[in-house]
Design a protein around this ligand. Structure first.
Ligand code: PEP
Length: 262
């Protein structure tokens, strides 16, 4: 039998926003915080598209150590200011167990990125901290490994967990990763946790994001996580996959036209 599905609440009590069954949550924002102006611009685009949560990276685990690594605490301060200005709650990645308290003191939800899905010290620390957490699926992780990673967080007393499918590595190199659509209904049957989809980091290219988002919605995802940037051509991180303009309007319309939620 299908487990009863949970709702995870993000934000202060009384004003928190839900992620889970019967609702649909759009999380949008810049891949990396680059400046106050860029983050505010991205947040306004996100809010205009229907987002209730703002994503923004302060610590960026990049493939190359020569790439921009994020602004650290300065970025977290910017995100907190932008929350004040826009009312969007903040989701931000932590990559080091030693930074969990710091990130949790600014962010409303902690993101664990794909590269850290099995960083057990990090899972332990985030589990003990007790802030809502979004756990991305590792690029090479099976569904079982992903659910067991979530179990590490839950075992430490934190059950406020949202799973995020972000594509897995296959033989196909035309996209950054291959979106595993079957994982959406599968984890909804195997666990009680909400599942959102990040079409941005699997596509790696702007023109595929809306079709993948539509597919995720059709497969029953509880929400989407997307990169937006007010000036993608000049983004410091992943500009070719950031939405703005026409594609963002298309995404917003896809979200507005959601089929009736169960
Ligand atoms: C991100 O969401 O900022 C990110 C780097 O994605 P992932 O961890 O899925 O690669």
């Amino acid at each position: 039998a299908q487990a009863e599905r949970s709702t995870v609440w993000v934000g202060p009590e009384g004003r928190a926003v839900p992620i889970g069954p019967g609702t649909f949550t759009l999380v949008a924002g810049p891949c990396a915080v680059e400046s106050a102006l860029q983050t505010l611009g991205a947040a306004r685009l996100a809010a205009g598209a229907g987002a209730t949560l703002l994503r923004g990276g302060a610590y960026k685990p990049r493939t190359s150590p020569l790439s921009f690594q994020g602004m650290g605490e300065d970025a977290l301060k910017i995100l907190a200011d932008v929350r004040e200005a826009t009312g969007l709650y903040v989701v931000s990645e932590v990559i080091d167990p030693a930074d969990v308290d710091l990130v949790a003191s600014y962010a409303d939800m902690i993101l664990i990125g794909a590269t850290n899905m099995q960083n057990f010290a990090l899972l332990d620390s985030v589990g003990r901290r007790g802030k809502p957490v979004m756990l991305k699926r590792g690029m090479q992780a099976t569904v079982d490994e992903w659910l067991l990673a979530a179990e590490y967080v839950a075992q430490r007393g934190n059950c406020q967990i949202v799973l995020c499918e972000r594509g897995i590595r296959t033989f196909e190199t035309a996209t950054k990763a291959t979106l595993d659509l079957s994982a959406i209904p599968l984890v909804q049957r195997l666990s009680h946790l909400p599942v959102v989809v990040d079409p941005t980091h699997c596509a790696g290219r702007r023109d595929l994001i809306v079709p993948l988002a539509r597919a995720a919605i059709a497969a029953g995802a509880d929400g989407l996580l997307v990169d937006v940037h007010p000036d993608p051509e000049n983004a410091l991180v992943d500009g070719p996959q950031a939405l703005a303009g026409a594609e963002l309007r298309e995404l917003a319309s896809a979200v507005r036209q959601l089929p009736p939620l169960m």
